[in-house]
Design a protein around this ligand. Structure first.
Ligand SMILES: Nc1ncnc2c1ncn2[C@@H]1O[C@H](COP(=O)(O)OP(=O)(O)OP(=O)(O)O)[C@@H](O)[C@H]1O
Length: 228
């Protein structure tokens, strides 16, 4: 049985800027299974954000096939995508996705609530990520690293099956990253999540099951000898 969370074949996506057409992705293929962490690296402007946004339904491909949880993108309505983002796909961007008017605990409870869950493990998540002491604070009262860990706790609180993330450790100092990276991977493995991790952090990339490079519009297995 094929248990791929994502299957993409020959995807292409371009943008139009006035009369200029920018072809960003062309002939991109990808398969991601539950329990698998895949790192995506690539130069600035290569289309990494575009790819994440195709996979969470915020952008549509121009052509190609995309299946998410076994469903063809052409069969998914905007409501279906919204439901997937609420319950099954967590997207975690560098600047976090916290609601500024809610404390950290309430952000977690809210995120879990959207997925129809109660945040039973909210306190445990905060303790694991070493931010229990700031649970009562609002996002603008946190450091960049604390905010990023709070956003991570929110992403896990919704118990996603797929996590799409852009530099999940980008705002963390070295010591905090050393602590948070193993927790991040423990959470992925324990929950058998599929994770697509856009990163420039070699340590994070090396911990993934595969490293793919986005170059000239498509994903290829990363070859450090060629890329260096
Ligand atoms: N809304 C848009 N309209 C026009 N061009 C866009 C749009 N969004 C992105 N682009 C262009 O598409 C290309 C890919 O952008 P994208 O943000 O996906 O790259 P990236 O690999 O995530 O870059 P970075 O690492 O710098 O964040 C870039 O040339 C960018 O200028």
């Amino acid at each position: 049985m094929n248990n791929a969370l994502i299957q993409a074949q020959n995807l292409s996506r371009s943008y139009r800027n006035g009369r200029e057409q920018i072809s960003v992705l062309h002939g991109l293929s990808l398969e991601l299974r539950g329990g698998e962490a895949v790192a995506v690296i690539g130069p600035s402007g290569s289309g990494k954000s575009t790819l994440l946004n195709l996979l969470n339904g915020l952008l549509l491909p121009d052509s190609g096939q995309l299946q998410v949880f076994g469903r063809a993108h052409s069969d998914l309505t905007e409501n279906d995508w919204a439901e997937l983002r609420r319950t099954r796909i967590a997207t975690l961007f560098q600047d976090g996705n916290l609601i500024p008017t809610l404390t950290v605990s309430r952000n977690i409870a809210f995120r879990a609530g959207l997925a129809g869950l109660q945040a039973h493990d909210g306190e445990a998540l905060l303790a694991q990520l070493d931010i229990a002491d700031v649970a009562h604070r609002y996002p603008d009262q946190l450091s960049g690293g604390q905010r990023q860990r709070a956003a991570l706790a929110c992403a896990f609180a919704m118990r996603p099956e797929l996590i799409l993330t852009d530099e999940p450790t980008g705002s963390l100092d070295y010591a905090t990253a050393q602590r948070v990276v193993p927790l991040f991977f423990d959470a992925i493995r324990e929950r058998a999540l599929g994770a697509l991790i856009v990163t420039h952090n070699p340590e994070l990339a090396q911990r993934c099951d595969r490293i793919l490079e986005l170059r000239e519009g498509a994903l290829r297995p990363w070859d450090s000898a060629v890329s260096s």
